[in-house]
Design a protein around this ligand. Structure first.
Ligand code: NIG
Ligand code: FE
Length: 421
């Protein structure tokens, strides 16, 4: 089985030599092939080149069951890799959204038992099946917006039964969806009501009971902690990351969204795969990241939705760091998983060049999911997760035309995806 895409106006983000990430000045480099073809066999990218050098007879010799797509005036991009979401959740929270319009802050809402705790209460009531169906609908939505891989966190359970329910749903989604999915155990997302004033006891539960159980049942790929003012301390975080290490769960943590929490340094110390949010990142944090293998990940949707200060993304790249951007799709702080919009925000609000915005939402996102040898660029041998655009003029049009859908055809695992009506 094969798929040949011909007459591609521009084949974007090709790689001859696979890189694990793009950092500093490399982020502005995106290789593009004009007037190109792309050949896919099974679920893999096998070859690409320019139309004038395409010998179709030779390429297709002995091949049966070949599909053809014409991409005249259209572009082909590697699918977005969204390395940070909470898209398994029971219901939306637009009531709190209106409370914030009226003047309450996200932290005040959380203090009143709203926010994450509000979703956690509903999580206990919903069935696994209902949770699966609603999450599957969200996956379908982001799939047709160009996302090809997504990380999904637990963290709205906050007791073992409900955390397990979320993680089991993510396992089911992995099987049912053509998206490449990775899961993170985020037991330490908030201190549950019944542990108020006894935070260490809840951390004990996460460390001594939940993490071993997650590992035993192979329910997650990574471990996460919300290390920030009013949530979990550096000490709590280090205990959890240590337990994660013991059980083979690498860390991807929420850090420095609300303050200089020390979360970035804790993540680096435990060789986290990524530290995410990063609104409060100063010179010390940048220095720690520079000598690490940790991907700094900015979540523009949450900053936009909550009206927060912006993470110093430009400064981080100029200092030589790699940078990823993800959607943070969740009901409280970023109710959108639209990575085209994230790319626009990257350029408009964070002053990333279109090429930098593309690297942040593809290759570097793939690194932040442990998948950069498989996804994130158009390279021979990588998984064929990509999309064909509508008729657009060039790469810069992607972040420029914010709010409109530029994706026309989605190919995941080498297969053309069709919308179910
Ligand atoms: O990444 N910052 C912590 N957690 C989520 C918000 C979750 C919620 O409000 O439901 C985030 O923004
Ligand atoms: Fe998050």
């Amino acid at each position: 089985m094969g798929l040949l895409i011909e007459n591609i106006r521009q084949l974007v983000h090709i790689e001859e030599m696979k890189a694990q990430w793009a950092k500093g000045k490399e982020m502005a480099l995106v290789n593009v092939l004009d007037d190109a073809w792309l050949w896919i066999e099974g679920d893999r990218i096998v070859d690409f080149g320019t139309m004038n050098l395409l010998d179709k007879d030779e390429l297709l010799q002995g091949k049966s069951d070949v599909q053809f797509l014409d991409a005249t005036n259209k572009m082909v991009f590697p699918s977005f890799v969204d390395s940070h979401t909470h898209l398994v959740y029971p219901v939306s929270r637009e009531g709190e959204f209106v409370d914030r319009i009226r003047g309450l802050s996200y932290e005040e809402i959380a203090h009143r038992g709203g926010g994450i705790l509000n979703t956690a209460r509903k999580m206990k009531e919903i069935s696994e099946e209902e949770l699966f169906i609603s999450a599957m609908n969200r996956l379908n939505e982001i799939l047709f917006l160009g996302t090809g891989a997504v990380e999904i966190k637990s963290g709205y359970g906050l007791n073992w039964e409900a955390e397990r329910k979320m993680l089991r749903v993510i396992q089911q989604l992995k099987k049912a969806s053509p998206l490449t999915i990775r899961s993170s155990f985020l037991g330490a997302h908030a201190v549950p009501q019944e542990y108020k004033g006894r935070q260490e006891k809840y951390v004990d539960l996460v460390v001594n009971e939940m993490i071993p159980q997650v590992a035993e049942e192979k329910l997650a790929d990574f471990v996460d902690v919300f290390c920030d003012r009013g949530f979990f301390t550096v000490q709590d975080t280090e205990r959890i990351l240590e337990a994660g290490q013991q059980y083979g769960l690498r860390a991807k943590i929420h850090a420095n969204e609300l303050d200089y929490s020390g979360g970035i340094q804790a993540g680096v110390k435990y060789n986290a795969l990524s530290v995410d949010h990063l609104e409060y990142t100063g010179d010390e944090e940048i220095k720690a990241l520079l000598s690490s293998e940790t991907m700094p990940t900015v979540l523009p949707g949450a900053a936009f939705f909550l009206g927060m200060v912006l993470a110093p993304a430009r400064k981080m790249i100029d200092a030589g760091l790699p940078l990823a951007m993800a959607s943070d799709f969740n009901p409280g702080s970023s109710p959108s998983g639209n990575m085209q919009l994230i790319m626009s925000m990257a350029s408009i609000q964070f002053k990333l060049l279109p090429e930098e915005a593309l690297n942040a939402t593809t290759l570097n996102g793939a690194y932040a999911m442990g998948l950069s040898s498989e996804l994130g660029t158009i390279a021979r041998g990588k998984k064929a997760n990509l999309y064909i655009t509508k008729e657009i003029s060039g790469l810069s049009f992607m972040p420029y035309a914010f709010g409109s859908n530029k994706v026309e055809t989605v190919i995941l695992n080498g297969e053309i995806q069709t919308q179910k009506t």
